[in-house]
Design a protein around this ligand. Structure first.
Ligand code: HSE
Length: 298
């Protein structure tokens, strides 16, 4: 009688849309299981697929999300939850977001769907806040809604699901070092020079237009980030070499996935995405750093 919900990894920022744009992958992803219990309170009885994550429901994002949902509905019965992690934490693939999204979805189903999808995004953001110190939605929204999602505003939250208007494939290279989102946010400058702002919002608008007009060349021209990538890429070994290799192998564009260390590249075909994967792997081949790569349809 467990409800089982799967939520996928996501790529946030997508170069030009820091904190406002993300898209979902098919895999990897996390599964959350939930069932009602007579006794009140939330217990996390199993965590599979990863070591070292707390099963304290006030510490683990799935407990945090579920607790807020139950409290808001004044529900007195309890929940037993299990987490099946299919991806590493601190990878830049929206790992805490996938757990949070799966928890919000599973609990909503269990309770007879009292919440709208928009509300589920807000609950999942509570988990994101717990994990990273900042309640951004550019991972949780696509993890819950699928496809590309624009977070047009945060107050009040206005998420715009864009789907996937054209064929796109994503190659991910994950260098197996842990990079905490809280760290890679803490190093960012808080002011943006006007000139860089103009370039960035030109690119974001170009990317949106490219998606909706199914214009691959425009998508490719828009996949740039002159603000955050220069600041964050110093935390990612071989970033510039991997990006250059992906572009040379024919990717439309490439950049840091979320807050890193994963690096993503978008391609128009599966064959292209696989060629890009090979090129990206080659850069790390003798680096002494273990990597994992994923190719997924967007
Ligand atoms: N937009 C967020 C960031 C995504 O770049 O910090 C990471 O969770």
């Amino acid at each position: 009688e467990f409800i089982k919900a799967y939520a996928p990894a996501t790529v946030a920022n997508v170069c030009c849309g820091f904190d406002v744009l993300g898209f979902a992958l098919d895999q990897p992803g996390d599964e959350v299981w939930a069932r009602k219990t007579e006794q009140p309170g939330i217990t996390i009885t199993a965590i599979h697929g990863i070591d070292g994550l707390s099963s304290d429901p006030t510490e683990n994002v799935i407990g945090v999300v579920a607790h807020k949902m139950l409290t808001d509905l004044h529900i007195t019965h309890g929940l037993e939850m299990q987490l099946h992690k299919g991806m590493p934490v601190g990878s830049g693939l929206g790992s805490s977001a996938a757990s949070s999204a799966a928890a919000a979805f599973a609990v909503n189903e269990l309770l007879g769907k009292p919440f709208t999808t928009q509300a589920l995004v807000l609950y999942a953001m509570e988990g994101e806040k717990k994990a990273s110190g900042s309640a951004h939605a550019d991972n949780v929204a696509p993890s819950l809604l699928g496809g590309f999602v624009l977070v047009r505003d945060y107050s009040p939250l206005d998420v715009v699901p864009l789907g996937v208007p054209l064929d796109l494939y994503c190659t991910i290279l994950y260098p197996q070092i842990e990079l905490k989102t809280s760290l890679s946010r803490s190093i960012l400058k808080q002011e943006i020079p006007l000139k860089k702002g103009i370039t960035q919002w030109g690119n974001l608008a170009g990317f949106m237009a490219g998606l909706l007009m199914k214009d691959y060349a425009l998508l490719g021209r828009s996949l740039h980030d002159e603000i955050f990538e220069p600041e964050r890429s110093i935390l990612i070994p071989l970033f510039h070499q991997v990006k250059a290799a992906a572009l040379a192998a024919g990717a439309l564009g490439a950049g840091i996935s979320g807050s890193g260390p994963s690096i993503f590249a978008l391609s128009a075909t599966l064959a292209q995405a696989q060629a890009v994967q090979e090129a990206m792997e080659k850069v790390y081949a003798h680096s002494g750093i273990d990597t994992k790569t994923y190719v997924s349809q967007v």
